[in-house]
Design a protein around this ligand. Sequence first.
Ligand code: ZN
Length: 107
Amino acid sequence: MTYVVYCVEDEEIARDLENYLSKHGFKVEIEGSLVVIHEKEIKKELESFIKDTNKIEYEVLRSDPQTFVLAKMLRPEKLNLQRCEFCGRIASEQELFVHKKTHGIGF
Ligand SMILES: [Zn+2]
């Protein structure tokens, strides 16, 4: 099972999360503001990450069983998140525009 945490263009928190999870024995990959975790369920660790690193302005939302959004207290509707119709990735409109080119679509 692979889990994805989307940090909404916040690469700093993505790197902090990568460090934190690596220290706790997770297999983590990072790709810009996207953190990819292999094998283990991470809901609890995401909550401890926020507590342990005192990032109380951040919030975790689970957008589907394998995808989380880690962002400053924003309402989901304000994030303007959209889903890639080809692979299901969630991203901002701007990121998705760039991302879709990886599927060979774009102009
Ligand atoms: Zn896609």
